[in-house]
Design a protein around this ligand. Structure first.
Ligand code: IMP
Ligand code: MG
Length: 191
């Protein structure tokens, strides 16, 4: 497995940020709006919420508390062969669901859809288990970067092609704990 070379972390995260893109209050409002929409759509059935590790955990923790219908929380881990920026689209599962999902309504929760490779792989993998339905919910969407055609059912924000961190999103496993979405200084980010 290839490991990404570690980057020189400045003294504080504040030194790494060029711009705050989506603030805490705005995030809270959007997550509430998404939770209400999901609660309406699943009113009769309840659902299995599948949070994709590690990025979506922060979003999922907030979102599920805005969903008012019965819900079970599951986690799924995936990793792209060749590192997170690999363009090959070959994905492996590093953590699988703990429950069978046959006949269940699945809400796949992701933090950001970029090329679409990762989520497409997970979607197809879950489909083989014959759930009743699968819908996709993502906090952020970068449609301009899409390679695999994949349309999420619930989207927090469409954003332009910029590298963002915070609210669960990372650069080299840092910045996940920032409570807002920020643009990383481009000189720190190596593709
Ligand atoms: P893709 O849709 O398979 O290309 O990959 C989406 C995943 O790549 C996301 O879940 C993130 O983990 C990661 N990713 C893509 N763009 C960004 C970004 O701007 N910031 C942080 N992670 C990103
Ligand atoms: Mg990542």
């Amino acid at each position: 497995m290839t490991t990404t070379p570690s980057f020189e972390l400045p003294e504080s995260y504040a030194d790494c940020i060029s711009e705050e893109l989506i603030g805490e209050d705005e995030i809270a409002r959007t997550v509430s709006r998404m939770g209400e929409e999901i609660s309406r759509d699943y009113a009769d059935e309840g659902l299995v919420a599948v949070s994709v590790l590690k990025g979506s955990t922060v979003f999922a923790a907030d979102l599920i508390r805005r969903i008012t219908v019965p819900l079970q929380l599951e986690f799924m881990g995936e990793s792209k062969y060749g590192g997170s920026d690999s363009p090959t689209g070959v994905v492996r599962i590093t953590k699988d669901l703990d429950i069978p999902i046959e006949g269940r309504d699945i809400l796949l929760i992701e933090c950001l859809i970029d090329t679409g490779f990762s989520l497409n792989y997970l979607y197809r993998n879950l489909q083989l288990r014959e759930p009743k339905s699968i819908r996709i919910c993502t906090f952020l969407d970068k449609p301009a970067r899409r390679i695999i055609s994949l349309k999420p059912d619930y989207v927090g924000y469409e954003i332009p092609d910029r590298f963002v961190v915070g609210y669960g999103l990372d650069y080299q496993n840092h910045f996940r704990n920032l409570p807002f979405i920020a643009v990383l200084k481009p000189e720190l980010y190596k593709e």
